[in-house]
Design a protein around this ligand. Structure first.
Ligand SMILES: [Zn+2]
Length: 510
């Protein structure tokens, strides 16, 4: 069955109509598997791994710092040509090499970028460069290295239990801590606080056993990520700096030594980060690598991300199919928004807008198909106005009172359709179609008209059949209806056809 649009590969020709149902193409964010990391950590969890300090020593295990560990594993992955940043599209020649250089250099990293540039995802994928598991002292709150414990609890434990000290294996997924900085983030959240219960038990305040550890010490020997770093209060930035640089912290006037082994990764909006006074200089200096992220450079990359990320449900009676031109229009709208003077560019125009907009037009097509009892949902031009709901909340409009949000998005949509149409059609290809409208002929379209009503235009409008064939081999009414609307709208936007809106319907006429 010929449902596929030209230029698309048909994957399975024997399954009939089902074949056009979009399958889930999202790539699971799986960490690459290392073959040459510490031999003992590769076994099935808990099987043959040492469970006491004595066994660990006997196994010949050599603990290394997190920087050495990540560097060693990254080199192994590069050698094995194993991708580290699965599912990250469009960063192959920009962001990824810089991240790899930072890891090889043992540097802390700050990512600068507007919203929706996959910063968090890149950060989380760094976990894939860690060993599958590392040994820590059982019961330790800060993942102490059994060979050189930092906390008093572990030092006392090793002193009294020696080689019988129990070991547990911490998986790499558990060695990642993340925090969104807000103005009310506290030292207690990040670093820790004095535990009043423990004080009441009669411990001295300067005794670190009275500490209730925050997220950073708990991520010891791991990767700690802090999002929106400039939103962190200055005294917390100082605290963070002291922890990294001096390996000590001050809580309520008490100094506690805490030599942690942590990779610090942060993210920030570029304008916030560079504006004076938002980040204390010494902390800035602690980031060896400052890496600028970006939006997809090409429409193709934007579409690839949308196809990977959009949420689809295969639970109803209605199949759906998204014509390539619809994806192009959705991606083009976002690209135009990123250049629009009507839209605030400071926080950016996220790829999430493209994703949500595709979900919206597909939803409207499914709603139509369900109401009309059609078997297939195919988004059309008349579904595009519904993207206002999935666009406006994710953008900041520049404050011009004479232009409302709806109008700005309408204008972007028209420009996007025109660009995509003119990418597929030459101006003179419209001639025979436009001709038909000269004698009073007109066409009504709407997002609620059934697909079969469009099929007759293939016969009635000379040139329409040829134009439709250019976009698709399909004869399915739902796909034909979508393409007919695209061609008529292209004719209108090229100023070859007039268009009026009457009672929820669009009329194309001379
Ligand atoms: Zn400990």
């Amino acid at each position: 069955m010929g449902f596929l649009f030209k230029g698309q590969k048909k994957e399975n020709s024997s399954t009939g109509e089902k074949e056009v149902r979009e399958s889930s193409t999202s790539t699971p964010l799986k960490s690459p598997t290392l073959s040459n990391q510490a031999e003992i950590s590769d076994a099935a969890p808990g099987s043959r791994r040492p469970h006491t300090l004595g066994e660990l020593k006997a196994s010949g295990y050599k603990p290394v710092s997190i920087r050495e560990e990540m560097r060693r594993n990254l080199i192994a992955l590069i050698k094995a040509k194993k991708p580290i940043f699965n599912g990250i599209i469009g960063y192959d020649n920009t962001v990824i090499p810089q991240v790899e250089n930072a890891v090889l250099s043992g540097q802390n990293i700050i990512f600068l970028g507007e919203r929706g540039q996959a910063k968090s995802r890149v950060m989380r994928l760094l976990v894939g460069v860690l060993d599958e598991a590392i040994p820590v002292i059982r019961g330790c709150e800060i993942n102490d290295n059994p060979f050189s414990p930092v906390c008093k609890y572990c030092r006392e434990k090793v002193a009294s239990e020696g080689d019988n000290t129990e070991i547990v294996w911490l998986s790499r997924e558990d060695r990642y801590g993340e925090k969104l900085a807000t103005p009310d983030t506290t030292i207690a959240d990040l670093i820790g606080d004095v535990d009043p219960v423990k004080v009441a038990e009669g411990r001295y305040l300067s005794d670190e056993l009275t500490m209730h550890y925050g997220i950073i010490p708990r991520t010891n020997r791991g990767i700690f990520c802090i999002n929106e770093l400039p939103d962190l209060a200055e005294r917390l930035q100082v605290g963070l700096f002291n922890l990294l640089e001096e390996a000590d912290i001050q809580i309520k006037g008490y100094r506690i030594r805490m030599p942690l082994d942590i990779i610090l990764v942060a993210s920030a909006n570029p304008e916030d980060y560079t504006s004076r006074g938002r980040i204390i200089t010494p902390l800035k200096d602690r980031f060896g690598a400052q890496i600028r992220t970006h939006y997809p450079v090409t429409i193709k990359d934007e579409i690839a991300i949308v196809e990977q990320e959009w949420q689809r449900f295969n639970d109803g009676d209605v199949n759906f199919y998204v014509p390539e031109y619809v994806k192009e229009v959705i991606a083009e709208i976002t690209h135009l928004a990123r250049k629009s003077p009507d839209i605030g560019q400071r926080s950016g125009v996220s790829v999430r807008i493209s994703i949500a907009n595709l979900e919206t037009v597909v939803a409207n097509a499914i709603r139509r198909a369900t109401m009309l009892g059609e078997k297939m949902a195919v988004p059309r031009i008349s579904d595009l106005p519904y993207i206002v709901a999935s666009t406006t909340g994710k953008l900041e409009m520049e404050g011009f009172e004479d232009k409302n949000e709806q109008k700005i998005i309408d204008d972007l949509t028209k420009r996007a359709v025109l660009i995509v149409f003119n990418r597929h059609f030459r101006f003179e290809e419209l001639d025979p179609i436009v001709e038909q409208f000269n004698g009073g002929f007109n066409v009504e379209t709407s997002d609620s008209i059934n697909a079969k009503s469009y099929v007759r235009y293939i016969k009635e409008i000379p040139g329409m059949s040829k134009a439709v064939k250019k976009m698709t081999d399909a004869e399915t009414p739902e796909i034909v209806a979508s393409v007919v609307e695209f061609i008529l709208e292209g004719g209108h936007l090229n100023k070859r056809l007039n268009k009026t809106r009457v009672e929820g319907k669009t009329v194309y006429k001379h």
